[in-house]
Design a protein around this ligand. Structure first.
Ligand SMILES: [Zn+2]
Length: 430
């Protein structure tokens, strides 16, 4: 019997060695690069694995090891976390489910070809030549209001090559970016894009045509080692709330309960999960307008397992985690707003949000309390707090919490509290 096991084991070992040895020397071209990089890939039927090391320099990437994960920082500030053997990654704090996990072979990191687009913004092109791999950078586009001007930016994981042409009647500027793919589904964000068109051209290039204003200067500049082109125009559109200390911070919001878990039942029969979600969605919108990056544990009526909320916040490396619930009791009398925290670092956050909510809603001040029984605030690595807006078993508070006006006020208070906390932290750091 033992002999049989040994034989099977040896065959398996041989098979594994063979599949790893299905390594192949290949020529890798990135973007419009003329000279190939010689690399050794290996693969199975599902995916081809490319070594990460030769890609770091051309892409200007910094690779660090952070607590068992690897962190890749791109020149334009894009941050990717991944772990060998895991199909879960985060890109700019948002989760990314990979088809195939990155691997570590003999101390070297390999990325599956199927992950290059989400992790590195490179799209593999079809090739008829088995020994050649060609990766094309994907364009990331933004259209924003900054300091009273409209700033349009085009970014690429590689230095940009473009040609600018001015067109008359009506006045337009035309930018042709060579070897840069534009895909409407990827990497485009910002406000509504007025007076400009982006289109995909033959030969893997992209054209941007911009209508120019009648008056005022148009400024063009490069940044991030030639990987970012910025076009600044006078802006006549309404100016968004100026960026504050909160700008660039990542806040995860959790609307308590959801799906099969309705939470508490209100005095009028309403469900707590609905109020929590509506307030959180409103707060997310307000924070977004203040340039805070907002992540949500749920965006709809979905159920999350216990502890999944804290896990999500930790995995996303959020700067703050804010949880919203409504309170309930067996009798209708109890009322007021209460906020809970666990760690000392969380107390200031809890205080800031609580103060803002009590002020805006005008419910009784039920105080800020330390609590070690709530897993959402106990298990998080970042400052976190849980606010019970009011008692939905109290008929007066229930009635109010079911009005859009009060929910909007609650959302404003949460956004104000978060921004006040972030401003305080920034002041401390200075
Ligand atoms: Zn609740």
């Amino acid at each position: 019997m033992l002999k049989h096991y040994l034989l099977v084991w040896m065959l398996l070992l041989l098979f594994t060695l063979l599949s790893i040895e299905a390594a192949q020397a290949e020529k890798l071209y990135i973007g419009g690069q003329m000279e190939p990089i010689e690399i050794t890939t290996y693969g199975d039927d599902n995916d081809t694995f490319l070594p990460l090391a030769p890609l770091l320099k051309p892409l200007g990437l910094r690779l660090e090891k952070v607590e068992g994960s690897f962190k890749l920082t791109a020149p334009q500030g894009r941050v990717v976390y991944f772990s060998p053997g895991s199909t879960r990654a985060t890109v700019d704090h948002a989760f990314e489910d990979l088809d195939t996990a990155p691997v570590m072979v003999e101390g070297r990191l390999y990325l599956p070809e199927s992950t290059l687009e989400s992790l590195l913004m490179l799209r593999p092109l079809e090739s008829d030549d088995e020994e050649t791999i060609r990766l094309m950078p994907l364009l990331v586009f933004r259209d924003e209001h900054l300091a009273g001007r409209r700033v349009i930016s085009v970014r690429s994981p590689l230095p940009l090559h473009y040609r600018k042409t001015m067109l008359a009647t009506p006045p337009r500027a035309c930018f042709d970016f060579s070897d840069l793919l534009f895909d409407e589904d990827t990497g485009n964000s910002g406000d509504v894009h007025e007076q400009l068109r982006l289109s995909r051209q033959p030969d893997h290039s992209t054209r941007l045509v911009l209508d120019l204003p009648k008056t005022g200067a148009v400024r063009i500049g490069m940044a991030d080692g030639g990987r970012k082109l910025m076009i600044s125009l006078p802006d006549t559109r309404p100016v968004a709330t100026p960026a504050s200390h909160a700008s660039g911070k990542v806040v995860m919001l959790d609307a308590g309960h959801g799906g099969k878990d309705p939470g508490s039942a209100g005095a009028d029969g309403c469900e707590e999960k609905t109020i929590n979600l509506d307030v959180v969605l409103r707060a997310a919108k307000l924070l977004h307008a203040r340039k805070v990056k907002v992540l949500l544990t749920r965006e709809g009526d979905t159920y999350l397992d216990d502890d999944a909320q804290a896990e999500k916040a930790n995995a996303a490396h959020a700067d703050l985690f804010v949880i919203i619930h409504c309170n309930a009791w067996d009798t209708p009398e109890p009322c007021g707003t209460r906020t809970y925290y666990y760690s000392t670092q969380s107390k200031r956050l809890a205080d800031a949000i609580h103060r803002a909510v009590v002020k805006k809603l005008g419910f009784e001040d039920g105080g800020v309390h330390q609590d070690d029984l709530v897993p959402e605030i106990y298990d998080t690595e970042m400052p976190s707090s849980l606010t019970e807006l009011g008692f939905i078993t109290n008929p007066d508070e229930c009635k109010l919490l079911n009005t859009p006006a009060i929910r909007q006020k609650a959302a404003e208070a949460i956004a104000d509290g978060i921004c006040a906390y972030l401003a305080k932290i920034a002041d401390d750091e200075e």
